[in-house]
Design a protein around this ligand. Sequence first.
Ligand code: ZN
Length: 305
Amino acid sequence: MHDKPRKSKELLVLQSLHPRMNLSLEEKQHLENLEKGYHGEIAFYHQLKEYPLKHQLTLYDLLLISNKTEFQLDSLLIRKNKIYLLEIKNFEGDFYIQQDKWYAASTGKEIRNPLLQLTRSEFLLRHLLQQWGYNFSIEPYIIFINPEFTLYQAPLHQPFIFRSQLNRFLKKLQASDIATTKKEKALTQKLVSHHREHSSNERLPQYEYEQLEKGMVCSCCQNFLTAITFHTLFCKNCHREINAETAVIENIAEFHLLFPERKITTKAIYEWCGRILPKKTIRRILAKNLTFVDRGGFSYYLLKN
Ligand SMILES: [Zn+2]
């Protein structure tokens, strides 16, 4: 479950809401930042796959509590007696550092110093490991994954890995790949078992069912789909045909994410999907893919895990 980067709940909700309501400028910006961060993690994930490491345990997107403080870890490489704590940053463009402060060169605007976040994560992770009785050394790095990123006045001997250095870094890891023991596997499991699904820092917009635009949304570009037949939908933006069943299932997942308290019924999904497919088709898809809970006139469906 943590073996590859995952979209946070915040990102999923904002992506679902975006085509269906007017987000504020700030919310749109936040969505863009989250998407960018996610794409950065995916880019790192693929790069790491180019240098397969047999013995290493890799974890992505953990949300943990240590010292009564919540913290999020992009990526951990767990090796024999050692953890690489890797923060992935997908910054793009020119930046500079001045007296420990970070600025975007194009605007002169100060950005949050990513080193502070790294130091904090390292501290909290170390605290947690000590509490659990593990004695691992931690090596923290910030990986600037975007090839279009430049950092001026970056001091030497900082825990930075720029895109131009990433392959060398991964090659070095590959050369020092030693077998892990039970201890590393146990720690990996322990970290996963302490992962929290919900962050207390989630910033979600207020939304109501009635206010949202209904219809079926393309999973690639979040544009509304049009029905060509009962079995096929079309995305004008991606120029691709999409199987109606696949699209309905994706849109049920969205419905459930946004309104977990609402029952999944034929009528509800028919409406949520913008009435572009017949009720009969919706019922067939629900019956085939979800679990039917028979309550007479109040019957509904449950998602299968
Ligand atoms: Zn599309």
